[in-house]
Ligand binder design. Structure first.
Ligand code: NA7
Length: 556
């Protein structure tokens, strides 16, 4: 174990010159990892670009921002005391409530003293001679670490639309992922909003209530299900807390990190009435997963999926009064193949007189002008434009740091044809670097907190294994990585996911390789695989006392 020794400067506290582990990001991943590393008596430093903990929940402060997994399930399981003492207020908490939780965790476990806020990691280079990473920040810090962990989140590198003239607009502009910390009042304003993913779907109803006029520019409609959000009742909180151990086990063994009763029937083998009753119950339940998991084949068979698609289309046509707007809101791609949304009054909002929908498939955006947005049909004038245009998902936050592994090869080059990882945890050529919920792991197809805890535990155990066995480096063997990439593609190919132009596929970023990035095999199966790999002495990894060229020694 290296002790923090020489110091470099970053603000009032000194950044240690050398640590066991450098962690990038103080979201849920970075916070829990820091806690685990401290328990192992390892020295660690966490760099965080924001001025507080929370990651996603620090940045995404747009009006209406909420999580779409239930609060009691979207929470850490590593501390029973934390589980019991924390009081969630709502079924689907708002961003401020989740940020409050993150802050509570940071304070309760005294995490802040090893986190350097307002500090962005710009580069990390692996030194093969010393088997160590040299990590550099935008504040001039340079830290040497035995291990580098990218806890940078899957949806953190935001993107603007690729249209000319963004800088010309004279009014106020906002991006949902960089919302101001102070309140924004749209009262009396004409607002244009571009993008109808989760961020758009959640913010549109709230902005519509404030603004004089709201015009939504939609390229691809979302499938959105009603959240049926409400305050939690004391009895349900007490029941959950009493049954937490069994619930956590069920989460870890489930497909999406959210326990659901397994479907037993095909959507095509039941009568229309039976299916409608089941879909109606899922719609009423206020859940992101109940509709997709109602039948065994909705995610894998187009004809089966069509039944769910028609059901949601029917709901949209029922709710939205203007027939053309309703048609424009009905997605053409299979249900669930782009990330579905949970909403409060999303479709209802289009019945308001002050809300208008522009279908960009008919009239694409040509440019942003001084006054507003020009489509092929004409110019719309606004006082403010909101960009709800999403992220360079899953890889953006990794490849936009200048990470250089063995031979000075950059991660960007190594992944130029799409991300290549072993288990979504590490990548060949980048020894002693780990990713929390990286591409090739269930990540965005799961309750993120469940997947984060599993990865953090696995990484902490791997480091502990190396230290206990006098080993220095861990790196995937190229063949194991190739086999895992093939497996991820194979499993993704069994599903309907590749049928949509989604950010799962990298399709929202021009020029990004089309690869289905998350692992669709389910968090339970995936966890088993990761555990087996560890139990077999980190099978598929090269472990070495002094560099990856050595043979992996037998485990105890
Ligand atoms: P998303 O889901 O990526 O949504 C971004 C939206 O912005 C989506 O509707 C995009 O249309 C649209 N978009 C992006 N670029 C353009 C351009 N150039 N022109 C017009 N429209 C554009 O991001 P969110 O922030 O809403 O949600 C991210 C995740 O957070 C969400 O999935 C949950 O996991 C939580 P497109 O679909 O690309 O045609």
């Amino acid at each position: 174990m290296s002790a923090p020794d020489e110091q470099t400067q970053s603000g009032p506290r000194a950044v240690p010159g050398s640590v066991d582990v450098a962690v990038v990001g103080a979201g849920f991943s970075g916070m829990y990892l820091l806690h685990r590393l401290r328990e192992m008596n390892l020295s660690a430093v966490v760099f965080e670009a924001g001025t507080d903990v929370g990651g996603t929940w620090y940045w995404n402060r747009y009006p209406g921002a909420r999580v779409d997994v239930e609060s009691l399930a979207y929470s850490f399981s590593f501390s029973e005391e934390l589980e019991q003492e924390y009081e969630w207020e709502e079924r689907y908490p708002t961003q401020p409530e989740i940020l409050r939780y993150a802050r509570h965790v940071a304070d309760r476990f005294d995490l802040r003293r090893d986190i350097f806020f307002g500090t962005r990691v710009t580069a990390a280079a692996y030194d093969e001679r010393d088997a160590a990473w040299l990590v550099r920040t935008d504040r001039g810090d340079a830290v040497t670490a035995r291990f580098l962990v990218m806890a940078t989140g899957c949806l953190s590198f935001s993107k603007l639309p690729e249209v000319p003239g963004l800088e010309r607009f004279r009014g106020a502009t906002f991006h949902t992922a960089h919302w101001p910390h102070e309140d924004v009042d749209f009262g009396g304003m004409r607002v244009g909003l571009i993008g109808t993913g989760s961020s758009g779907v959640q913010s549109i109803p709230v902005i519509a209530e404030q603004a004089a006029d709201l015009t939504v520019f939609q390229r691809t409609p979302a499938y959105s299900l009603p959240a049926r959000n409400r305050r939690l009742r004391p009895d349900e909180i007490a029941d959950m807390k009493a049954g937490y151990r069994a619930f956590r086990k069920a989460q870890r063994e489930s497909g999406f990190g959210v326990p659901v009763a397994p479907a037993t029937k095909s959507a095509l083998e039941v009568s229309d009435e039976e299916r409608d009753t089941a879909f109606e119950a899922a719609w009423e339940s206020g859940s992101l997963v109940n509709l997709l998991t109602a039948y065994t084949d909705l995610a894998v068979d187009l004809a089966a999926n069509d039944t769910a698609k028609r059901f949601v289309h029917g709901k949209i046509r029922q709710i939205v009064k203007d027939p053309q707007t309703a048609e424009d809101l009905c997605p053409a791609y299979p249900f669930g193949t782009k990330r579905p949304c949970l909403d409060t009054d999303y479709y209802e909002t289009y019945n308001r007189d002050n809300v208008h929908l522009v279908n960009l498939l008919r009239t694409p955006i040509v440019e942003i002008t001084e006054k507003g947005v020009r489509t092929s049909a004409g110019e719309y004038a606004f006082d403010a434009i909101v960009y709800a245009t999403g992220f360079d998902a899953m890889t953006g936050s990794l490849t936009n740091v200048d990470i250089r592994g063995r031979g000075g090869v950059s991660l960007k080059e190594a992944w130029s044809a799409g991300p290549r990882t072993y288990l979504g945890i590490s990548s060949a050529g980048f020894p002693n670097m780990f990713m929390i919920t990286g591409p090739g792991s269930p990540s965005v197809l799961s309750n993120m907190v469940v997947s984060i805890e599993q990865h953090v535990d696995w990484v902490a155990d791997a480091i502990d294994h190396l230290d206990r066995h006098g080993l220095t480096t861990i790196e995937p063997e190229p063949q194991a990585q190739d086999a895992w990439v093939d497996h991820v593609n194979l499993v993704g190919g069994f599903t309907l996911y590749p049928k949509a132009n989604s950010w799962y596929m990298g399709a929202n970023v021009p020029g990004k390789p089309r690869v289905f990035m998350p692992y669709a095999g389910g968090v339970g199966e995936y966890r088993k695989k990761c555990d087996e790999v560890a139990a077999r002495g980190y099978e598929g990894f090269s472990l070495s006392p002094d560099g990856p060229a050595q043979q992996r020694p037998a485990d105890d």
